[in-house]
Ligand binder design. Structure first.
Ligand SMILES: *Cc1c(COP(=O)(O)O)cnc(C)c1O
Length: 428
């Protein structure tokens, strides 16, 4: 079922016409479908039900994909924990009602002050990525008089076959500890008195469209777990990370059920509790970015459709050469002629585009469009470059909608800044 669909010629998010939200909220804005978020969650929840008994399996939503408080809360109410990469995200997770014990703290460069804040809040698991971090965390935990529950993230050196900027499990990537050096790291962790080593973690990349890299990585980590147990470590948890891909164009990512059946087969008899950290897969297709056409500029080679959303709102096309489907909110007639165009923002950068070389039914000033599959790594990566206010975020649930993050006014944006005291006050 699609939660974004034309009804009577008008694009709807569930039971709400997106044009109606645009009229009320203004453009650009992000819109998330609660139904789609729940459906995405349900697919995971169903697939892990009864899996891996008696050790069980759990899901910690990787909130860097979309950290809107309402989104986190929706998942939290359905039973999700949270995978965080900063203290800011930790505070968001707590504010959204996630129990501290259900939070996993990931990241390649955690500062002592951040580790301290995490331990003070009582986060359930810290995934350590270097020997240096083991030592630092041990010292911080000692200062606080607590024992830190950790896994060590290993880098299994597999090719996730995804975009270079989002592959994380190769030797040449900065993430995790090289699997060949992992036994030494576990030995070190075992000697440090304030660490409680509970397991092994991995996360091999993002937007994976095949289960094969997961299979290869799990086989390697499984072998490591055997060695670690021989070395005397009790390995109770295996954190498999996130990374499952979604549909932007014509990708064919595996179903969650197929993914889980591979995981199940490869971890059979391993005797570990499993953790999954999906981000993109839970939110990507559940969100769209809606924008209004400012003007249409015919060119010799192609037409430029200049819209009021830009690279500061959605950086993925520029950053990852990402392809996002663009649809007009008013359904074109099936026999409508198309023109070749670039959908671009108003920012003074040639990289400021949302889509290039698309054949779309002609658009004109005032028309509304939506950028599909914008729920992950969209609003969270936005900036206010060009002093453009962050686009608001809206959640639709059935026939209701609510703004979950309003658009800041320019005055609010300016009020966050200060003149140095030696400058003359500005004349009011
Ligand atoms: C980013 C990240 C995830 C989520 O990745 P997705 O591709 O969005 O599923 C999970 N775990 C860790 C450690 C991450 O850094």
């Amino acid at each position: 079922m699609s939660f974004f669909a034309y009804k009577n010629g008008e694009m709807h998010a569930e039971g709400v016409a997106l044009a109606q939200i645009a009229a009320q909220v203004g453009t650009p804005f992000y819109c998330y479908s609660a139904g789609a978020l729940r459906a995405g969650w349900q697919e995971f929840a169903d697939a892990i039900k009864g899996m891996n008994a008696p050790h069980g399996a759990s899901i910690c939503y990787a909130m860097k994909a979309n950290s809107n408080l309402a989104v986190i809360r929706l998942f939290g109410e359905l039973g999700a924990g949270a995978d965080i990469v900063s203290v800011g995200e930790m505070k968001r997770a707590l504010a959204a009602g996630i129990a501290p014990g259900r939070i996993i703290y990931s990241g390649v460069g955690k500062k002592p002050s951040e580790l301290m804040a995490a331990l003070q809040a009582g986060v359930g698991q810290i995934n350590v990525e270097s020997s240096h971090e083991l030592e630092t965390l041990n010292a911080v935990a000692g200062q606080l008089g607590v024992k830190a529950a950790i896994t060590i993230r290993v880098n299994p050196d597999v090719d996730a076959k995804t975009h270079a900027k989002i592959t994380t499990g190769r030797k040449e990537n900065k993430f995790g500890i090289d699997i060949d050096l992992a036994r030494d790291a576990f030995a070190l962790a075992g000697r440090l008195p304030n660490l409680d080593v509970v397991g092994v973690a991995m996360h091999i990349g993002s937007q994976l469209t095949s289960v094969d890299p997961y299979r290869d990585a799990i086989v390697r980590v499984r072998e490591l777990i055997g060695q670690l147990r021989q070395d005397g470590h009790s390995i109770e948890r295996f954190d498999i990370g996130g990374g499952l891909g979604i549909v932007y164009a014509d990708e064919k990512p595996p179903s969650i059920a197929d993914f889980m059946s591979v995981v199940k087969r490869e971890t059979e008899g391993l005797g570990c509790e499993l953790t999954f950290e999906p981000g993109r897969r839970l939110v990507g297709e559940a969100g769209v970015l809606v924008s209004e056409v400012i003007l249409v500029k015919p060119g010799a080679a192609k037409t430029f459709v200049i819209v009021d959303a830009a690279m500061n709102d959605l950086i993925r096309p520029t950053l990852y050469e990402a392809w996002h489907d663009i649809l007009p909110l008013r359904q074109p007639r099936p026999d409508a002629a198309t023109i070749r165009c670039d959908i671009v923002g108003p920012i003074c950068e040639s990289g400021d585009f949302l889509a290039q070389n698309r054949d779309l039914a002609p658009l004109s000033a005032g028309d509304l469009i939506m950028v599909r599959s914008a729920g992950a790594y969209g609003a969270v990566m936005a900036s206010s470059y060009n002093s453009r206010p962050l686009a608001p975020e809206v959640m639709v649930d059935g026939t209701r909608f609510a703004v979950t993050r309003p658009r800041p006014t320019i005055e609010e944006m300016l009020s966050a800044e200060r003149f140095p005291p030696w400058m003359e006050p500005t004349k009011a």
